[in-house]
Design a protein around this ligand. Structure first.
Ligand SMILES: *[C@@H]1O[C@H](CO)[C@@H](O)[C@H](O)[C@H]1NC(C)=O
Ligand SMILES: *[C@@H]1O[C@H](CO)[C@@H](O)[C@H](O)[C@H]1NC(C)=O
Ligand SMILES: *[C@@H]1O[C@H](CO)[C@@H](O)[C@H](O)[C@H]1NC(C)=O
Ligand SMILES: *[C@@H]1O[C@H](CO)[C@@H](O)[C@H](O)[C@H]1NC(C)=O
Ligand SMILES: *[C@@H]1O[C@H](CO)[C@@H](O)[C@H](O)[C@H]1NC(C)=O
Ligand SMILES: *[C@@H]1O[C@H](CO)[C@@H](O)[C@H](O)[C@H]1NC(C)=O
Ligand SMILES: *[C@@H]1O[C@H](CO)[C@@H](O)[C@H](O)[C@H]1NC(C)=O
Ligand SMILES: *[C@@H]1O[C@H](CO)[C@@H](O)[C@H](O)[C@H]1NC(C)=O
Ligand SMILES: *[C@@H]1O[C@H](CO)[C@@H](O)[C@H](O)[C@H]1NC(C)=O
Ligand SMILES: *[C@@H]1O[C@H](CO)[C@@H](O)[C@H](O)[C@H]1NC(C)=O
Ligand SMILES: *[C@@H]1O[C@H](CO)[C@@H](O)[C@H](O)[C@H]1NC(C)=O
Ligand SMILES: *[C@@H]1O[C@H](CO)[C@@H](O)[C@H](O)[C@H]1NC(C)=O
Length: 486
């Protein structure tokens, strides 16, 4: 039976409120990104791990010296946990770089909210299309799977050729894999009871319809694996963070670790991105985890987060401005996800008041202290701790990850190694809003055919994914992903 603690009541109230997410990505390249604009975005009150670019906020940040980060150094501290009484930090784990000439194994990982498919499936289509495009530039010995965590292996994903199987060896062609994952918000007592006994009943019934072996079905969480499942934390996430849309995109990287631990590198990404060709040949160097850039770091926030990290007994290494896209080893991703969950739970419980959590303040406090970017704050604490305790190496890839999907200059794509393009909340082409409203058509597809800019790449990938059938896209991957040789 359902328990009604005060917290669950509050969370239930919060469920009905719109959560504005205001993540924006640093953009240093293109002056036209800084023009003041923006209607209120009409995006649904949902899980969009997206990058809402509030251009007016960017402008303000750039002209105001108050928000300039460099003015005051943030104090850094050593971890102060009771357990770390001896203050010696172990050295960084030895770096054994992956040889680019070897058969590099990679995964592009997303969480897809199946219950909001109408909004998100178009994004899956264009991401899938760009993954297929990227596979054309990939060395023949490399493999890059498209890994999707979601709660229903629905017909669309079967048409896309996705399989519910973990990678068995390095020769299997690049393929789309779908793993069944129970989103936090659905972890009601009736689903979690008796070790999630009934959580996959619907999926099993569906598998029978498709004549698939129910025994081999890959489901998450794995309740008897203490490395990837903590029943108390799962419960706490449900109680505290089930209305926070982005929680599953992090929790899957923790609870789903065993499904992707065999890859050399994983890209954790939002859905509203385009994999760019350069990704085909690029892997992080020197055992680093690359992140995109994230614009949440005012001086106020840096100080506050440094103070909070002391309260938590976390190390703080002075890094700031990390975005939510990660590209690095599977294990680094797992470590960051684990500590990010811990950080988010801490912040939600002890550093945000109820009206803030319920979005009653809207964006009033942004960019100083805003619940909508809890994920970035939690990740800030996590990465600083892991870097400060020598567990991982992190580099912010300002010119690598989360690049512009609106830039129309040749120079932009010719300079640098842009690995993925991320949609911003804008009406400039490529705009995901305009696209979803049907404002682009075949005429545009023709117009951009010979154009090699980032803008044209995004327009083409999105429009092609719209006009191709799912089977045609699956075929594109089948014929273009390297097959086992010899
Ligand atoms: C962007 O920020 C400005 C002021 O900071 C605010 O007036 C506007 O509503 C914000 N836009 C969105 C889309 O949140
Ligand atoms: C910000 O500071 C710089 C140097 O400290 C100064 O040149 C500039 O005029 C200041 N800008 C504003 C908007 O105050
Ligand atoms: C990788 O292969 C290329 C071409 O075969 C060769 O020139 C290069 O030295 C190799 N690199 C390593 C690290 O083996
Ligand atoms: C799951 O997918 C099946 C097959 O496409 C579909 O019939 C069913 O409605 C889906 N269930 C939910 C809850 O989305
Ligand atoms: C579990 O309980 C919730 C309400 O507590 C209900 O909405 C949901 O349908 C139930 N699920 C199943 C599988 O019985
Ligand atoms: C499953 O098997 C049955 C009996 O062999 C067959 O009639 C049915 O078409 C199969 N379903 C699918 C989706 O292949
Ligand atoms: C969990 O249980 C399954 C079957 O019940 C078993 O095959 C598996 O090895 C167990 N995993 C762990 C980590 O204990
Ligand atoms: C990797 O490390 C080497 C040696 O420290 C350095 O020369 C090189 O620039 C680094 N590469 C990157 C991409 O950071
Ligand atoms: C996960 O995070 C918790 C909380 O910080 C920590 O105690 C635990 O050791 C972490 N697990 C791993 C595998 O790093
Ligand atoms: C495409 O859209 C433009 C304007 O949005 C319109 O003029 C044109 O007729 C459309 N073309 C097709 C093929 O639908
Ligand atoms: C694209 O290039 C092809 C071959 O060079 C040419 O036939 C076609 O007219 C060009 N299309 C556009 C829209 O410029
Ligand atoms: C990629 O797939 C398409 C469609 O199946 C095919 O026409 C094309 O030749 C393939 N390209 C390569 C490089 O395999």
């Amino acid at each position: 039976m359902r328990r009604f603690s005060p917290r669950s009541l509050l969370s239930a109230i919060a469920l009905s409120l719109v959560i504005f997410i205001i993540i924006f990505i640093f953009n240093h390249q293109s002056p036209n990104e800084v023009e003041p604009v923006q209607e209120k975005c009409n995006c649904p009150p949902v899980v969009e791990t997206a990058s809402v670019i509030n251009k007016s906020t960017i402008v303000k940040q750039e002209v105001s010296n108050i928000t300039k980060p460099e003015t005051t150094p943030v104090p850094t501290t050593k971890p102060t946990t009771s357990s770390s009484s001896s203050s010696t930090i172990p050295p960084l784990p030895p770096c054994q770089p992956v040889d680019k000439n070897s058969s590099v194994q990679r995964a592009i990982i997303i969480y897809y909210p199946h219950h909001q498919g109408e909004y998100f499936f178009p994004e899956v289509r264009w991401l899938y299309r760009s993954w297929a495009e990227m596979l054309l530039s990939q060395p023949s010995t490399w493999r890059t799977d498209f890994v999707i965590f979601t709660y229903n292996f629905s017909a669309e994903f079967r048409s896309l050729g996705c399989v519910n199987r973990v990678r068995q060896n390095k020769q299997e062609p690049s393929v789309c894999r779908l793993f069944l994952y129970i989103p936090i918000q659905f972890r009601t007592p009736n689903l979690t009871s008796n070790n999630f006994e009934h959580a996959f009943t619907a999926a099993k019934n569906l598998a029978k319809v498709y004549n698939e072996s129910v025994e081999q079905m890959v489901t998450i969480p794995v309740v008897n694996d203490s490395k990837t499942f903590d029943v108390k934390r799962s419960q706490l996430l449900y109680n505290v963070l089930r209305t926070y849309g982005y929680i599953d995109s992090i929790n899957t990287i923790y609870e789903g670790y065993h499904t992707f631990s065999m890859y050399d590198f994983v890209l954790r990404t939002d859905i509203d991105v385009f994999i760019y060709r350069h990704f085909g040949k690029y892997i992080p160097q020197n055992c680093t985890l690359l992140t995109g850039g994230g614009g949440y770091g005012t001086d106020f926030n840096r100080r506050k987060l440094a103070r909070i990290s002391r309260d938590m007994g976390f190390a703080f290494s002075g890094m700031s401005g990390m975005g939510s896209t990660w590209y690095g080893s599977a294990h680094d991703g797992y470590l960051v996800a684990n500590q990010t969950l811990y950080g988010m739970l801490w912040l939600a419980q002890y550093e945000f008041a109820t009206p803030e959590r319920e979005s009653k303040l809207g964006t009033l406090m942004w960019p100083e202290w805003h619940y909508g970017v809890l994920l970035l704050y939690g990740q800030h604490l996590a990465i600083n701790h892991l870097v400060g305790t020598n567990q991982i190496r992190v580099v912010i890839g300002h010119n690598l990850l989360d690049q512009s999907s609106t830039d129309a200059s040749q120079a932009y794509v010719q300079n640098g190694i842009r690995l993925n393009l991320h949609c911003w909340h804008t009406n400039d082409r490529f705009s995901k809003f305009a696209f979803k409203l049907g404002h682009y058509n075949q005429t545009d597809l023709e117009k951009y055919r010979n154009d090699t800019t980032a803008q044209a790449y995004a327009m083409r990938m999105a429009l092609e994914s719209k006009y191709m059938t799912l089977e045609q896209m699956a075929n594109l991957v089948r014929t273009n992903s390297s097959t086992a040789s010899s």
